[in-house]
Design a protein around this ligand. Sequence first.
Ligand code: ADP
Length: 484
Amino acid sequence: MDSLSLTRSDLHRQKAYIDGAWVEGSTRIAVLNPATHEQIGTIPNLGALETETAVAAAERAQVAWKCELAKERGRILRRWSQLMLDNAGDLAAILTQEQGKPLSEAKGEVAYAASFLEWFAEEARRIDGEILAPHQADKRLYVHKVPVGVVAAITPWNFPLAMITRKAGPALAAGCTMVLKPSELTPYSALALAVLAEEAGVPNGVFNVVTGDAAPIGDVLTDDTRVRKFTFTGSTAVGKMLAARCMDTVKRVSLELGGNAPFIIFDDADLDKAVEGALIAKFRNTGQTCVCANRFYVQSGIYEKFAAALAGKVKAMRFGPGIPIGEADCGPLIDTKAVEKVGAHVSDCVARGGQLLVGGRALEGAPGFFEPTVISEVSANSMLCREETFGPVAGLVRFEDEDEAIALANCSRAGLASYFFTRDYGRVHRVSEALDYGMVGVNTGIISTEVAPFGGVKESGLGREGSRHGIEDYLEIKMVCAAI
Ligand code: ADP
């Protein structure tokens, strides 16, 4: 990490953060740079005991934090957001080093992540209750919104900053406190956030970061009765398993799980815009986002033109390490398991008759890299259409009419993001209504913003993050019925 020559080297912490103190562990876990597979540092391997200590600290701290004026909680969150922006260069460098995305994308993530703290700083003051018309003349009915309590958060490696702030922002704004377990693959971004939280004035115990092996920490976060809410972003299998455990203590649960986004191009689409949208929706973060286009459905009248144009652009993409800036459009995949999965999806497409237009191979001598790939004539039954690929592979399936496209797109247990391109006004409405997804992008490949609710239907999750709805998951409704 020293090789990054950060402006503020104190942002790179190799200790956990519990109750306002930087904590060592008796054993440590190595953290690798996915572009080189070289070790960039270590983190404490904490377990159940330290996690319980963090939960106890969060419970203690919540007593005062929930009584703080909302305006003051908002002020602290705004300072935290500003500190992220002030230190954007260092945060981006730390992020790219541990996650792999090109530095320009990492800078974009810093701004995106900071925007959630700013947004919820503003929302803190808008947590209003209701006075209801009473059901009896001598009664008065009040509805209060109160913080849920201690929140446990488990976050993934693909957006090491933003997946944290869109949970911590609303949680802290609502008056909750948090114990966070970041991905063990990308802990340094989370720890840098903790440095800035402290600097912004977040009181001890309000935001805690526990690092280490997932299972023992996860066991406490899902089982401890003091944790009242569990929020998770990650794979569907792990999310389902952890959510089921939370039911034993009837925690509130929010889940942001896998997607398998369809991306439909109708004959009447603006070809250039569709290609531009496809590139950003597919190759951002090297295909490793839960809203990444996973299955391309292309109508037969535009199929050849779209395939050729997309293949041309993808062929020109440069891939390599995320630093130095500006030299790569695509970075490495997170680890060798990811490279193997992407390879398996490509082989399966080809075995079912798919034709490789560009790429198709893992790079020899550079273990984390897979060539940006386009495959045409992909079968709708291929693995690539049934599971999230999480890599830089665009597989094109041919379709004939609107009903067929909708049926293909909805044929999934996932329901996070979906996209389509058309210039037909009526079709914009028909198709966006028919798609069984939490989010629909029309003539755009980029839909995420702190202003709008992010989340999925079906097995893609529960709850929404961002927007004015995002704070609701951290609030309980409490009714007071008073006789006068
Ligand atoms: P991904 O495919 O994004 O790596 P995971 O679901 O494996 O998805 O990881 C998302 C988060 O869940 C990470 O922080 C990871 O450490 C955590 N995690 C994975 N397995 C468990 C577990 N058994 N208990 C608690 N957390 C887990």
